[in-house]
Design a protein around this ligand. Structure first.
Ligand SMILES: [Zn+2]
Length: 354
């Protein structure tokens, strides 16, 4: 009898393990790296994917990323995806790789400008023989979630995903000259979990956003869009992209004075190139889009204090020197219900994926 009870107990533990493994949510953490990027995705099976690794500065961002991996209960990172070789995305990686094991590395390949070559070489040393070069259309392994590469090395998927099709907002849409070539080489990915989708195009610039969505929207609509270029919506956030993907919730990984609210002097209009950009009130551009339920921000945009989301939806209110690096988290259930939480004040709000 006693032996039977022990066996029965072991059976319950096993079943409990299976149930909890299957009922886990998909979790997405926007780790604050002061206007760089570091997005950690933990799939329903517990597999993890880190998309970019913030800046190098005194290992600040590596430490912040490591802290969130511990909060998420990770012993390792299964996949690291690097969008491109700019210092606000790859800088924290060498230090992070010493703090926690990383199984595999994914990137856009070896084509870079001279200014980015040193960072490419450092990255290659860290990745070693665990490296995979991505092409548009590839799928990054993440158990239970479809992680489709939609852009890599200035090439894009050629066939629209489910929900894509002709994009009427391309007609007469404003076009802008491309930014630095590295901003076009971006690895961009679309994560699909049931009805819920998450789009991370990192720093893809306006011209290439339009290449992806005009005249055919190849991306479909998205539930959460991580604002391109940290919310610098002079150089990204083309109306034709936004009209295509129709985001439900927007998360902006801006810094106190970077991205949202910042003016990109290089982003000149093709139709009116003589005009210097004037303050553009980035926040208003996305806040008034129809269908956007909320905008969450990594930081209060201090350069444009009048134009920010509600304070409860902002994770950090200080300048970088005083910043505690609070995260934003999305927790997504299989039925499409998802909750965003502000790591600063624990404010949370639940939505239903459309
Ligand atoms: Zn960036």
């Amino acid at each position: 009898m006693r032996r039977l009870l022990v066996l029965f107990g072991a059976f319950l533990v096993a079943v409990g393990g299976i149930v909890s493994a299957q009922s886990r949510n998909l979790d997405i953490y926007w780790i604050d790296v002061e206007g760089g990027a570091a997005t950690l995705i933990v799939g329903p099976s517990g597999d993890s994917l880190l998309y970019d690794a913030g800046y190098a500065v005194d290992d600040r961002d590596a430490k912040r990323i490591y802290a969130v991996t511990q909060l998420a209960g990770l012993k390792k990172i299964d996949a690291f995806v690097l969008s491109h070789y700019h210092g606000d995305h790859v800088g924290g990686l060498p230090a992070l790789a010493k703090m926690i094991p990383i199984d595999r590395y994914f990137d856009h390949g070896d084509a870079v400008e001279e200014v980015d070559r040193e960072r490419l070489e450092i990255y290659k040393k860290v990745a070693g023989n665990k490296r995979t070069i991505l092409k548009a259309g590839d799928v990054i392994p993440l158990k239970g979630v479809q992680a489709q590469v939609v852009a890599s090395n200035t090439e894009f998927i050629t066939k629209a995903v489910k929900g894509g099709g002709p994009n009427p907002t391309c007609v007469n849409a404003e076009q802008k000259a491309p930014a630095a070539p590295e901003n076009g080489r971006m690895v961009g990915a679309l994560f699909t979990y049931g009805k819920f989708t998450f789009m991370d195009l990192a720093d893809l610039d306006w011209a290439n956003e339009m290449a992806l969505t005009c005249p055919v929207n190849k991306l479909g609509t998205v539930t959460i869009w991580q604002a391109d270029r940290h919310g610098n919506l002079d150089g990204a956030g083309a109306p034709a992209l936004l009209g295509a993907i129709k985001p439900q919730v927007i998360v902006v990984n801006n810094g106190p004075r970077k991205g949202l609210g910042q003016i990109d002097q290089n982003a000149r209009s093709i139709t009116n190139p003589g005009v210097r950009n004037t303050p553009s009130y980035s926040y208003e551009k996305i806040a008034k889009l129809s269908g956007v339920e909320d905008i969450w921000q990594g930081h209060l945009a201090m350069a444009d204090p009048e134009h920010n989301t509600a304070r409860d939806l902002i994770a950090n209110l200080e300048e970088t020197a005083e910043c505690k690096g609070n995260w934003i988290k999305a927790s997504v259930a299989q039925n499409g219900r998802f909750t965003l939480t502000n790591g600063r004040n624990n404010f949370s709000k639940t939505y239903t994926a459309r």
